[in-house]
Structures are given as C-alpha cells and as structure tokens.
Ligand binder design. Structure first.
Ligand SMILES: Nc1nc2c(ncn2[C@@H]2O[C@H](COP(=O)(O)OP(=O)(O)OP(=O)(O)O)[C@@H](O)[C@H]2O)c(=O)[nH]1
Ligand SMILES: [Mg+2]
Length: 448
C-alpha cells in the first residue's frame, strides 16, 4: 500500500493533448516543492499564476499552482496541483521537475488509497471515485455519485448497528446462563433478527442493481446460422458493424458494441451461429461463441419460425441458469404480427430486422432488463466484492436465526452475527486485509 512518508506525484489528466493538463502532488514534501516552484510560500486554496521552471531557471510552462494544506485535501495530506498546458511533453518535464524536488511517481490508485488511509473516504466511496470516472452511462454516473456521497456506506453502517445491538443482547445471555432459555425465547429478539435479515436482503438486491448499472448488462446474441443475429446487432448499433450475407456461417469472430438505451449502458456481442460443421474456421468461431456465452448476463436467442421452440429447448438445457430472451426474426416472410408474448415462462419477441417491425418492443425489453426503469433517486453503485460480502453476511445472519429459534444456542447465534459483522466490515474497509486493499486500489488508474 506504499509508504505514506513519501510524497507522490502523477499527471491526473488523461494522456494526450488538451487545453490544460493537471499534475497532482501529495505528501509531506509538498509545502517545500510548492514554495520552490512559486519562489515564495503559497497561499492555501489560492490560484497562483506561475512560470514553472527547471533547476537552472529555464522556463518549462506557465500555469496555475493550487495549494491545499492538510487535512483539507483529497488525500488528507498536503497537496499541490499544477495546472499547465495539456501537452504530454510539458507534463512529463513538469513531473520530472517535481520528482527532482523530492516527489516520487505515484502507483495506480495511490492518491485514493491515501485518502482512504487518512479517513477521508471509506472503501465504497474510494471505489465510487473509480466508478464515477469510468461510468459509461448517465444512470451509472449518478449511482456512483450517490455512493461517493456515502449512501451505500450509510446503509451498510445502519445494518452494522442493528447487528451490534442484537449481538450485545444475545451475548448478554452467555453471561447469565440460567436466564438463557427465557431471554432467547423473547419474541422481540426474534423480530429484531427478522428485521435485520430483511434489511440485508433488501440491501443485497439494491446492490445487485448497482453492480448491473456499474458494469452494464452484457448481452450475447446467439442462435443458429443465418437467423439474422448480425443483422440485429447492426440495426441496434445503427451501423454496419458485422458482415451480413445469405451464406450460413458468415460470422466467426465475436463482435462487441456498446449501446446506450435511455441512460443505461449495455454491451451487445454478436457470435458465430451454432451448428455441426467440419470447417476448422467455423469451429473456432463456435468455440469463441461458447466462451462468450459464459460471460453473458442475458442471452438473446435469435431464431426463425421453423426452429424457435427447438432452439429454446436446446438453450435452456445448455444454459439453465442464464436469463434468456427469445427473438423470432424474419416475421415479414410469414406476414406475422410483431410483439411480445410468453411461452412456457420464456419471453419471446417477434420482429423483423428488415422492416423494423417489433424492434422498439425489443429495445424496451432490453432497457428494462438493463435496469433503466428501476433507477431511482436512491440507486447507488456497487461492485461484485460488495455483493459477495453482503451474501456472506446474509447467510451468517440466517444461520444465527436458526441457532436462535431452533436450537436456542446463544453461542452459535452470537458467532453467526460476529461473522456477519466481519463481512460487512470488509465492505467499508474496517476489516479488509492489506492484500485485498492493494488489489482494489491497483485497479485504479495512475493519478487517481
Ligand atoms: N426476410 C428477412 N431476412 C432477414 C431478416 N434479417 C436478416 N435477414 C437475412 O438473413 C440472412 C442472414 O443474416 P445474418 O444477419 O448474416 O445472419 P446471422 O445469424 O448473423 O448468420 P451467421 O453469421 O451465419 O450465423 C441475410 O441474408 C439477411 O439479409 C429479416 O428480418 N427478414
Ligand atoms: Mg452473423
């Protein structure tokens, strides 16, 4: 996690040319570095216009110097921001100069890691910074902003408090074993446990939604050759991304596009059609399809009229746990009506890529599955590691309830609640092992 006695520097703006470029430095050497660059002691939070110079006095660039004394900065340490012209060359020269004056190059995510270690952000907030920057849609950005504001952390803390309250009451019975049975039979205790379990389940389902918004729904188009998979991708992307021909087995490589539907984002992957084939190239395409299917949040099974029921059955057997939406394409050939229907719990959308009939029904269904309609003012961003920890906490609370109700075993119940508390602590960073912290922050980019 790095050594906090050092001062770190990095260019905070993206690589490439731009109107301005910002270099950020954080750590104990900052007051000295800022004074050397400015030629005088900088005023806190004041925009100083300055010529940045080499050690020999030669000018590098002109720009603005902003000094944020500890603890009122992003990292909680002394921070200086140097705003120059957005040229990679100038930024590099400025970075070298700052390193000569005592800074060293920052690791990816090191600014946010310091902010976390100095108590400026908890872990979900630090992760929200990365998610906000990477957000691919308006809904994802708004959800990340809510997590940055602490909405998710507060919800976790509320549950932690309820957990502690319950745990204290149960542990109290361990000290007075003669009253054990009576206290554990208290309906108030059972009710508290019930409420705790329900709020954990609710948070888990909201966090699942948050993860879906953050990562975007991954939709994989599959089906037999020549059913119109690539044609569908092209029409949804509004660009001729994939080759379309009347020859079955046209698509070999997986073709992926990003799609924005009403502020939510999803990726759409077109794949090789599945059939028996001796052609080694087509077989490789199908191997890639199989790999891609494993990554799918939602399968879009494209069929034509003759094969739809059989295709649905085969896919359900093959991938029973993955959500699937059936698309019956080419309805123009049979003069069928477009629209949505449900057969054997399977949603089917009849459409024609050629005429465009039914495409809006499909768009609406995709929007809804990507979570667009359930984005509310309390939706927050979350990550898979949060889901795993919440699930562990919910399981442990469930076990504690069983121990309480069925076995009247206070010790087991207390142990379950302790495990749940630990799992929630991993989310906020209270009980997070160092190697996990390292892993989380190293996925950030440099300068963040
Ligand atoms: N009549 C009709 N033809 C369609 C429709 N959609 C696609 N097609 C035609 O069906 C043929 C196959 O289309 P593709 O999009 O290449 O099919 P695919 O499923 O990607 O095929 P593979 O890549 O070989 O697996 C092309 O000739 C398309 O023009 C439709 O809605 N109506
Ligand atoms: Mg194709």
């Amino acid at each position: 996690m790095g050594d906090q006695d050092s001062s770190i520097a990095a260019v905070a703006t993206p690589p490439g040319c731009g109107g301005i470029g910002v270099l950020r430095v954080s750590g104990p050497a900052v007051p000295d570095i800022a004074a050397q660059l400015l030629g005088s002691v900088p005023k806190p939070r004041h925009a100083h216009f300055v010529t940045f110079r080499e050690a020999n006095g030669q000018a590098i660039d002109q720009g603005i110097l902003l000094y944020f004394p500890a603890p009122y900065s992003y990292t909680g340490e002394d921070v200086v921001e140097l705003h120059g012209h957005g040229s990679p060359l100038l930024m590099d020269l400025l970075l070298q100069r700052v390193c000569e004056l005592g800074a060293c190059l920052a690791q990816p995510g090191e600014f946010s890691a310091r902010a976390f270690l100095n108590g400026k952000l908890d872990l979900p907030q630090a992760e929200a910074v990365a998610d906000l920057i990477a957000a691919g849609s308006k809904a994802a950005a708004q959800a990340a902003l809510r997590s940055l504001e602490g909405v998710f952390s507060q919800r976790v803390q509320q549950i932690q408090m309820a957990l502690v309250t319950l745990r204290i009451q149960i542990e109290a019975t361990l000290d007075f074993p003669e009253d054990d049975i009576d206290l554990l039979a208290d309906p108030g205790l059972i009710q508290q446990h019930q409420a705790l379990h329900e709020s954990l389940q609710m948070l888990l389902s909201e966090a699942q939604h948050g993860v879906q918004l953050t990562t975007g729904l991954h939709v994989v188009i599959t089906g037999r050759p020549n059913t119109g998979k690539s044609s569908l991708l092209n029409v949804l992307a509004a660009s001729e991304r994939a080759i379309v021909t009347a020859v079955p087995g046209t698509t070999r490589d997986v073709i992926e596009i990003n799609l924005q539907l009403d502020g939510v984002s999803l990726t759409l992957a077109d794949t090789a059609g599945l059939r028996d084939s001796d052609d080694p190239v087509e077989r490789e395409g199908m191997r890639r399809t199989t790999q891609e299917l494993a990554r799918a949040d939602l399968l879009l099974l494209v069929s034509d009229k003759a094969g739809i029921a059989e295709d649905e059955r085969a896919l359900a057997e093959r991938m029973p746990d993955t959500e699937c939406l059936s698309v019956l394409n080419k309805i123009d050939l049979d003069d069928m009506l477009p629209g949505r229907s449900v057969y054997a719990k399977q949603v089917r959308i009849a459409l024609s890529v050629h005429t465009g009939a039914g495409l809006n029904v499909l768009r609406r269904e995709l929007r809804q599955r990507a979570g667009a309609e359930s984005v509310g003012e309390h939706t927050f961003s979350a990550r898979t590691r949060h889901l795993q920890a919440l699930q562990r906490a919910a399981d442990a609370v469930l076990d504690a309830g069983q121990a309480l109700r069925e076995q009247r075993a206070a010790e087991l119940a207390a142990e379950g609640l302790r495990e749940a508390q630990q799992a929630l602590g991993e989310i906020t960073g209270e009980f997070t092992p160092d190697d996990l912290l390292g892993e989380i922050f190293s996925s950030f980019c440099i300068g963040k």
